[in-house]
Design a protein around this ligand. Structure first.
Ligand code: ADP
Ligand code: MG
Length: 691
């Protein structure tokens, strides 16, 4: 990442002259690199400061701009030093309340001064009032702005005013800055897009009548930027692919015939879909170019077996294999399966888990540092700097959506000498055309069928007040030998609160089920404790496992047939589908009870209905995209990596397809422009990849 900046800085100083230290500081504070990136730092929303409403024409509930003379100033009662002002404009009065004011405001907001305030009007006991509006001192008759006021995402220490001034300044200098139009007019018209400068003007400073339309996906200004962003994204992916492909990988051929022996140990026959994907992998591995392959397959489609056999091919060629899993639970499960499957060929999988003590980790590291074939399964522990592989031939990542791009790339760099092949597994079943756009740096294989004999999962949606009935049915099912997952409500962003919710549910179910054996897993428990509960559940020593979403990814307990999800309305569709995928994995039919707390929003209702009606992950993904955009499927929630600032893969799907074609054309015909576009839009992750 270090070397990235010299070129970029040179370009930036050409773009904005003279270099302005204050502007640079502002840019840095916002986490941007170059001043012109401010232009692509788009407003969150807008306020209309173009029209004043007279104080006798106020309506409660509406965001309104008012102006008046301060008639009265009063210190607000209470602990904090607030302020109440009464404003009048000769036609009416309004009370403006502040809970907090800074000394400068206290000093200048005196009787007789004029204030212009923007805020929501409310009907108070003594007439209309406004609480904490945005305010400025004005002279009588001071003109109003002609354009809407942008409200930007910002950080502490950068005021909206400062940001607005900087952006306005850049917009004014835009023609001289050489940002440049990148689309010939004819092409622009064909795609129905706005010119770049016009689009930036509209997005940063719309006319009041544009405020509403400009915020919706599909506005020509937005589409214009979306187009560029998608194009830049495609360019980055193609460049990444090109760079990876120009490296040399070991040609892996299973000379020892390990694959066949491991396959015989699986205990089941591969499905045709698994076999087809494996053939694709085999072909890739045999070539001296790094494989970059994504395997998509719905939950339960048997991706682990495909990973095992891919590993076998590499091991059979004498190379090392690393498999990265997003949770310890899942990593342990893989180790256990691989232990069984690889026993006939005498290969013992190594585990590299966070909870291993330093000596154990050092022992694993020492083995990996040699050039002996080895199979290691691990979590994030695999990223640690000190870990080096002597002969890394294949890197696999399970549940790809849980990781960021950087992590995959970091793992790939752990080899010495030749570049390893990469296989990425995901249960994120996005439609194929979208996948080709999103993962243009990868080849995509799809396991499009489930193993035979799956009885499926029956899903019911019930209000939480019927929990007691559910509990009775759970008890009956357990008496018949069923095992049950009971999933806690989702509490975003606080693992502590999540842990507490899990403990509380565990206690409550403990009282409800004195006769059943209960276990608990959540992220705050030590991993040994977690592993113990999980093992007990796998071995059938527990009837009910109270769990958080730590079981969302990949956990496979064929005997568990019932799942109850609390507050199902809080989960995303994809996540519920993943959760539900934990049951009905054996030959016994599964059942899934989604409990919800009403009232449900229309979207939440649609989500739960979809789950009840549909089992196919691809169909669920399609509906989810309709309901909500692609956020969750693209892993933004899990990795915190936001892929796009403007583009919306659903609303702008047509642009995505065009961008793929345009990217190929640009790389062939105008690489300098391609470079400029990448530079304009590139984000941290891609810069890393490009470095
Ligand atoms: P996922 O694709 O969700 O990772 P898994 O690899 O965990 O799915 O497989 C789900 C279950 O199906 C496992 O118990 C696995 O052993 C079993 N399985 C995988 N492939 C087959 C097959 N071809 N026939 C029967 N069972 C299979
Ligand atoms: Mg899996």
């Amino acid at each position: 990442m270090a070397k990235r900046d010299s070129q970029a800085a040179a370009r930036a100083s050409r773009a904005v002259q003279p270099a302005d230290a204050a502007l640079r500081q502002l840019v840095t504070r916002l986490g941007l690199r170059q001043p012109h990136e401010l232009l692509f730092h788009l407003p969150l929303r807008y306020e209309d400061h173009t029209r004043l409403t007279a104080l006798d024409a106020l309506r409660a509930g509406a965001p309104t701009l008012i102006e008046g003379e301060i008639l009265q100033v009063q210190a607000a009662p209470g602990r904090r030093p607030g302020l109440w002002l009464r404003l009048g404009d000769g036609r009416g009065v309004i009370d403006v309340r502040f809970f907090r004011v800074v000394p400068a405001q206290r000093k200048t907001w005196q009787v007789g001064a004029r204030l212009r305030c923007h805020g929501v009007v409310r009907a108070g006991v003594y007439g209309f009032e406004m609480t904490h509006p945005s305010c400025r001192l004005v002279q009588s008759g001071q003109p109003l702005p002609e354009r809407a006021l942008a409200i930007y995402p910002t950080v502490a220490g950068v005021s909206q005013d400062r940001l607005r001034r900087a952006v306005a300044d850049l917009l004014a200098r835009l023609p001289a800055m050489g940002l440049g139009e990148t689309l010939p007019a004819a092409r622009r018209h064909a795609l129905g897009l706005m010119a770049l400068e016009e689009a930036l003007q509209v997005l940063h400073a719309p006319l009041p009548q544009q405020i509403e339309s400009v915020q919706a996906a599909g506005h020509p200004a937005r589409r214009r930027l979306a187009w560029e962003e998608l194009l830049a994204d495609q360019l980055v992916l193609r460049r990444r692919r090109y760079r990876a492909r120009s490296q040399v990988a070991p040609a892996l051929v299973d000379a020892d015939g390990i694959g066949d022996r491991v396959e015989a140990a699986l205990g089941f026959a591969l499905t045709a879909a698994q076999r087809r994907v494996l053939e694709e992998v085999r072909t890739d591995l045999a070539r001296p170019i790094p494989m970059l392959r994504l395997v998509q397959g719905d939950v339960g489609s048997g991706k682990t077996a495909v990973a095992a056999l891919a590993a076998a091919m590499a091991l059979g060629g004498g190379w090392q294999v690393a498999l990265m899993a997003p949770t310890e639970l899942l990593a342990e499960q893989h180790v256990k399966n691989f232990h069984r499957w690889f026993a006939p060929v005498g290969i013992e999988p190594l585990a590299l888990l966070g909870r291993l003590g330093a000596p154990a980790r050092r022992a694993v590291a020492a083995m990996l540092a040699t050039d002996q074939p080895a199979l290691v399964v691990g979590t994030h522990a695999l990223f640690q700097d000190w870990l080096r592989f002597g002969r890394l031939g294949l890197v696999m990542v399970d549940e790809q959506h849980r990781f960021g791009v950087q992590q995959r790339l970091a793992l790939q760099e752990k080899g010495s000498g030749l570049a390893p092949h990469q296989l990425v597994l995901t249960a994120t079943p996005i439609p194929r055309t979208l996948a080709m756009g999103l993962f243009a740096d990868l080849d995509v294989s799809v396991i499009d069928a489930l193993p035979p004999g799956r009885a499926g999962v029956r899903t019911v949606v019930l209000p939480a007040r019927r929990r007691d009935e559910v509990a009775e049915r759970v008890r009956a099912a357990c008496r018949m030998g069923a095992q049950v997952y009971w999933v806690c409500p989702l509490i975003e962003d606080s693992e502590q609160a999540q842990g507490e919710a899990a403990e509380a549910l565990f206690a409550r179910l403990g009282e409800a089920f004195p006769d059943l054996r209960l276990g608990l897993v959540h992220g705050r428990l030590g991993s040994a404790q977690r592993a113990a509960a999980m093992t007990a559940f796998v071995q059938g020593a527990l009837d009910v496992l109270v769990a958080t979403t730590v079981i969302e990814v990949g956990v496979d307990v064929p005997k568990a047939t019932v799942m109850v999800v609390e507050n199902a309305e809080r989960f995303g569709l994809a996540q519920l589908h993943q959760l539900r995928g934990r049951v009905g994995r054996g030959t016994a039919p599964g059942s899934c009870v989604l409990l919800y707390e009403g009232p449900l929003s229309p979207t939440a209702r649609a989500r739960l209905e979809t789950l009840r009606e549909v089992q196919d992950g691809f169909e669920i993904a399609r509906r989810d995209l309709e309901l909500r955009g692609a956020g969750e499927w693209l892993g933004t929630r899990q990795t915190g990596e936001r892929r796009w600032r403007v583009a919306d893969p659903v609303a702008d799907a047509d642009l995505m397809a065009e961008a793929q074609i345009e990217a190929d054309r640009l790389l062939a015909e105008d690489p300098a422009l391609a470079e400029r576009l990448i530079d304009r839009w590139q984000q941290e992750a891609d810069r890393y990849a490009g470095a």
